[in-house]
Design a protein around this ligand. Structure first.
Ligand SMILES: [Zn+2]
Length: 83
């Protein structure tokens, strides 16, 4: 939804760093969609996260397993191609 592109954003969890990027998972206050705030290369942006992906990320313990999950999610949303 367009509200998620520049959302009024509520932070849920700081997911730390992976791949030299920094991740915070939150929700769009307007529609309730999970949205990831990603800091990268001195800038930042918002990426919509599917319910099942957000659930997985929130269940994962901090560490290499969660970093791997984040990396898989980046590939899934074609972050590198689209950023
Ligand atoms: Zn939204």
């Amino acid at each position: 939804m367009s509200c998620c592109a520049k959302p009024v954003w509520t932070n849920i969890r700081d997911l730390g760093t992976a791949n030299a990027l920094e991740f915070d998972l939150g929700r769009c206050a307007d529609c309730g969609q999970y949205v990831m705030h990603i800091y990268y290369q001195g800038t930042s942006g918002y990426w919509v996260v599917a319910e099942e992906d957000a659930a997985e990320l929130l269940e994962a313990a901090p560490g290499p397993g969660r970093k791997a999950l984040i990396n898989r999610w980046l590939d899934k949303v074609e972050f590198w191609e689209r950023s």
